[in-house]
Design a protein around this ligand. Structure first.
Ligand code: NAP
Length: 290
């Protein structure tokens, strides 16, 4: 049994990493990131390292670690499998994204490149793990949220706070399955100790499928506000977005184009193998969080 051994955690400052560190009954963590937090927590040790640095593994080479969770972008993880195997890692659970499917035919070349990068990185990770005898599992979440921290739901909540109303492109009928970072942290630990999950990839949608418009209504509710939604013709929404773009770093006009597209995935395999039971979408925002 290696259940109670410490887990090497790459990308521990991510949304999922934040939720993982806060779990009450988690194992000890050896956390790697380029920017460890100023406040450290119990039962976790932080190593400052950049995965693109060939020497990044020096800080934990002698710790006898056998299990790793990769929460950093999979394109930073796939090239370092040899280094993980060299320090004794035998079991790896790595996050990818359902964007490998949803962005594959986007008209935006940058989004298509993201999908291609995810696809290539998954293939490299699998090939490298199999060559080095590392048992792998890939987890692909849909849109992740963690109240107060994420760039999806929390960003919309902040916009709602600022504007009092949220403009949609069209009627926002496209289906969404937002997934909570804490559910993902829990399932990642389950995957680490589930032999049936070895050599498999799972899509991990949230526990509720709802339209983009209904998702926005829930965000209003989470802020304690009555929903005020403005359904704009897509061309008008695009014009507004172009003007507001400088204030929305990381946002893309394709977000508007997608509001009427369904982005849904099946969770049956994860339910069967990983006891995946994600929560319904009921975000709650304390005053200071959005
Ligand atoms: N956000 C979403 O909606 C979403 C949806 C589907 C899938 N995913 C996937 O789920 C995982 C977690 O997503 P997230 O949004 O929670 O992640 P995130 O907040 O973007 O965090 C990424 C993490 O990777 C670390 N990292 C990046 N480059 C690194 C490098 N060169 N060396 C060391 N660490 C590095 C960052 O740490 P430092 O910056 O501190 O170094 C950070 O801890 C990722 O694999 C992501 O691709 C995300």
């Amino acid at each position: 049994m290696i259940q109670d051994e410490a887990v090497l955690t790459l990308g521990a400052t991510s949304l999922i990493g934040g939720a993982l560190c806060a779990l009450p009954h988690r194992p000890a963590l050896i956390c790697v990131s380029r920017t460890p937090p100023a406040t450290l927590m119990s039962n976790a040790r932080w190593i400052q390292a950049d995965l693109t640095d060939p020497e990044w593994g020096a800080g934990f080479a002698d710790l006898g670690l056998r299990r790793a969770l990769a929460l950093a972008p999979i394109w930073t993880v796939a090239p370092v499998i040899d280094q993980l195997a060299n320090v004794g890692i035998q079991r790896l659970v790595s996050f990818s994204s359902t964007s490998r499917f949803t962005k594959a035919s986007s008209p935006d070349p940058t989004e298509r490149e993201v999908a291609e990068r995810l696809t290539r990185s998954e293939a490299l990770l699998i090939e490298s793990c199999e060559r080095r005898g590392v048992a792998w599992t890939i987890l692909r979440p849909t849109l992740i949220y963690l109240e107060g921290r994420d760039q999806n739901v929390t960003r919309l909540a902040r916009l709602i706070r600022r504007l009092g109303v949220l403009p949609l492109a069209g009627d926002g009928s496209g289906l969404r399955q937002p997934v909570h970072a804490q559910d993902l942290a829990t399932v990642a630990l389950t995957a680490l100790k589930t032999p049936a999950a070895e050599g498999r990839a799972y899509d991990l949608p949230g526990g509720e499928t709802l339209s983009y418009r209904a998702m926005v209504e829930r965000i209003f509710e989470g802020l304690g506000k009555h929903p005020r939604i403005l359904a704009l013709p897509p061309e008008l929404w695009r014009l507004g977005f172009t003007l507001a773009r400088p204030f929305l770093p990381g946002a893309s006009a394709q977000m508007g184009a997608r509001m009427e597209a369904d982005l849904t995935f099946d969770s049956k395999a994860a339910e069967a193998d990983l006891n995946w039971r994600a929560r319904p979408f009921r975000p709650r925002f304390p005053a200071e969080d959005a």
